[in-house]
Design a protein around this ligand. Sequence first.
Ligand SMILES: Nc1ncnc2c1ncn2[C@@H]1O[C@H](COP(=O)(O)OP(=O)(O)O)[C@@H](O)[C@H]1O
Ligand SMILES: CC(=O)N[C@@H](CCC(=O)OP(=O)(O)O)C(=O)O
Length: 252
Amino acid sequence: MIVIKCGGSVLHELSPSFFTSVQQLRNSGLDVVIVHGGGPDIGQLLHALNIPSEFVNGLRKTTKDVLDVVQMVLNGKVNKTLVSLLQVNDIRAVGLSGVDDRLLQAKPIDLQTLGYVGEVVHVHVKIVHALLRHGYVPVIAPIGMDEHGQTYNINADTAAAAIAQALSADKLVFVTDVAGILNDGEVVKEATAHMIEAMIADGTISGGMIPKVKAALQALNSVNEVAIVSGKVPFYKEGTWHGTMMKKEVYV
Ligand SMILES: Nc1ncnc2c1ncn2[C@@H]1O[C@H](COP(=O)(O)OP(=O)(O)O)[C@@H](O)[C@H]1O
Ligand SMILES: CC(=O)N[C@@H](CCC(=O)OP(=O)(O)O)C(=O)O
């Protein structure tokens, strides 16, 4: 099983080779689950609607109005666009969010400072297995729900890591708009926790790459391999991966 997180940064620039890579993985016998982001699209609609929003520690502070927009964009626009793209590339896909069959049980991180931003407390994997069993690729929007039906905006990197861990995935792949972790313009082919911490400390890793590598390190507690790759070029071809690889055994 492989969990692929598709970043909002690259959703509108996915190359045909992205879909070929997904096909190749499926043909090699792996189940594929996709989790997507959509930060830039959310930002655009908030701006168009004149709804103010700010980021606190890399997370979008989510008021009730912001939550409405986040759900409209992720569940509506982004999820259905990605599902239709997969479909036209001959990949049978079904879109859902963490609300469907309570897939992502969530709780607020800190209502006071972040509003309706959630963290995953449990992943109810049954619906994912049911879809995989019937040959579908589940495409998941990172919206969570608590026991009262309140929904939450969950960072897509952390949602993907939680889903990969709950499914005991063999690999978690972050597809983004750069070819991997870059250091002096070069892709770091193999990264260790130690290297990543040093690169955060000296500013080499910044911005949106920080939550990604943190989610990657978290996932490595139970997932054997994590990759950070580009959605603009083939990331997997004939058994070879292109991007930054992180392996579990390096950390234990
Ligand atoms: N060392 C680094 N290597 C690669 N990208 C980095 C690095 N430091 C910061 N970044 C930034 O992280 C971005 C990817 O994060 P983000 O925009 O949040 O993507 P996504 O929407 O795919 O989650 C890159 O486009 C790049 O601008
Ligand atoms: C809490 C929080 O910040 N949620 C994110 C969810 C989307 C996301 O993570 O999209 P990317 O993968 O494109 O960054 C947001 O509102 O932008």
